[in-house]
Ligand binder design. Structure first.
Ligand SMILES: C[S@@+](CC[C@H](N)C(=O)[O-])C[C@H]1O[C@@H](n2cnc3c(N)ncnc32)[C@H](O)[C@@H]1O
Length: 208
């Protein structure tokens, strides 16, 4: 569910505001203050379990792990070069949050990389983000290579685990191909590391 323009009252006053634009799916969420890189912008509160939809966000590895945000955050558009992460990797749901991936200035549109949470999206679309690294068609992580995912600053652990499970593909067209097994796996999310050394920064899990 999205807040409607007619009865709009910001869910996060002083943090962000919806820029309602004419046309379908063209509105956006805009920062109304500056945020530092790495700053937690808002905890994800008031979430409800929901079926997969264009407004839902995947919060775990299973088909039914989807939530509705029930706030203005639903207006955060996708970008292939995002400035926000939706981080739901903690087993403690009260720690789920939106975090600035880079310094964000007041007036900037907030964007996140939808395949960082979504494996196979309900409603794919042609991306208009305009980033040099734009992937053009956004359908979910299942349609991307590991390299395309790791090029982004944040990807959820269940996405990386699914990528490791489907095989170490170098292109999205050879999904399912057999490659050399990972040297070892992250003990938290199962992501397969190809090289030795503590590489947990690559899967997003914190070393314990
Ligand atoms: C949850 S809505 C985000 C808010 C949306 N812009 C709106 O006005 O309702 C997700 C939908 O917005 C559109 N969208 C988000 N990011 C986009 C992008 N980079 N390029 C094209 N459409 C995008 C797609 O139609 C997508 O299914």
């Amino acid at each position: 569910m999205k807040p409607a323009q007619e009865s709009y009252s910001p869910s996060h006053p002083g943090l962000f505001s919806v820029d309602f634009r004419p046309g379908e799916y063209t509105s956006a969420l805009i920062a109304v203050k500056d945020f530092d890189e790495g700053e937690i912008m808002a905890y994800l509160e008031g979430l409800t379990k929901a079926p997969k939809a264009y407004t839902s966000v995947q919060c775990g590895p299973n088909d039914d792990d989807h939530i509705e945000l029930n706030s203005d955050l639903v207006y955060v558009n996708h970008s292939c070069q995002p400035n926000v992460a939706f981080d739901m990797s903690s087993p403690d749901e009260t720690k789920w949050h939106a975090r600035a991936l880079e310094p964000i200035r007041s007036g900037e549109a907030l964007t996140f990389f939808y395949p960082s949470t979504e494996w196979d999206m309900d409603q794919p679309f042609d991306c208009r983000c305009g980033a040099p690294s734009c992937l053009k068609r956004i359908q979910g992580a299942a349609h991307l290579t590991k390299e395309q995912l790791l090029a982004r600053k944040f990807v959820s652990p269940w996405i990386l685990a699914s990528v490791a499970e489907r095989g170490n593909s170098s292109t999205s067209t050879d999904i399912g191909s057999t490659k050399a097994p990972a040297t070892r796996n992250c003990s938290t999310c199962g992501f397969g590391f190809a090289a030795r050394g503590d590489d947990r920064s690559r899967c997003g899990c914190k070393p314990t």
